[in-house]
Design a protein around this ligand. Sequence first.
Ligand code: MLT
Length: 394
Amino acid sequence: MNFNTNFNDIAENYLFAEVADRVAAYTKAHPDKKILKLGIGDVTLPLAPEVIKALHSAVDDMSNAATFKGYGPYEGYDFLRKNIADYYKLNGVDLELSEIFVSDGAKSDLGNILDIFSKDNKVLVPDPVYPVYVDTNLMAGRKVAFMDATAENGFLPMPDKKTDADIIYLCSPNNPTGAAYTKAQLKEWVDYANKRGAVILYDAAYECFISDDNLARSIFQIEGAKTCAIEFCSFSKTAGFTGTRCGYTVIPHGLNKDGLFANKLWFRRQATKFNGVPYIVQKGAAAVFTEQGRKEILQNIAYYKRNAKIIAECMDRLNIWYTGGTNSPYIWLKCPNGMKSWEFFDFLLNEAQVVGTPGAGFGKNGEGFFRLTAFGSEEVTKQAVERIEKLLKN
Ligand code: MLT
């Protein structure tokens, strides 16, 4: 047998696994030190009470032969898909239930979706961006081209005469920079993709952090997107499901070529390789869309946004350049004193026991930058900010 040698082309460790390893090594060497983690975007607030209520009730369903559930539909239960469709309607988007696929999270789908595309597609990825897009393509033996996301273009690359891509990844609000496309900007991408016959893989995992109405919450708010886009979303950041695992992918029936339909191919792929998300989890996810559930998760999002403000105000006081934090839970900052990303990571860990994510892990344009997450507890965020300020003030 031979292993997949494409693994030789990717970094030995996934970015957040590398961060975790370095933190574990530090903890082992300094067991007395209290580490404050603002690295991986993992939530800290518990699930909303309305979600917990639904989970409990779903557990009870499983204890009774009349309501017990075995294998569920590959694409998710209708009760959840209907709630998702109703949510899209609030943003002016009409979806058929058959266009919605429930999954165990956006990360899995973003990687797995490549199964439906041929090897020879030209892939275009913003730099910096969530590393999953690049790693999954390299694992599959595809070459990846990059488009620069820099302070000059507001970290929002646009198509131009030289753009030459069949599969285009967009992440908005962006992880890690927090930059988000306006509807007018997305229209340019949709027009490009339709003209070219390309597909946009649109990661909307941070949609719930958008507070500006000019920004798109879904690519399907843009006319023409239903013939050129697939959207990935998640309950992780919206409703604290990072450990509970649930997300969804929207694949419109209009996305097709040469008699092949993306929606059908994905259904075929999922039915072959995936047995669906647990009924109990889907019941919990459905509760996110009830009036009370919505109220509760919005309170949690407001809590994280306050944390983002606490971090941003610290950067203001320190005169450190940063962006993000308004329509996103991440603050993207320039490492002080010309430090490189991993250098600043080590400095912050060693001198203040604060963990962040090195910008270089998101791409070459991330070098010299650093990401702090607002998903910590308020207490940890305030302590971390205090330590950072003390360390960098002089
Ligand atoms: C992040 O910190 O970028 C995310 O939490 C990682 C993920 O969603 O996989």
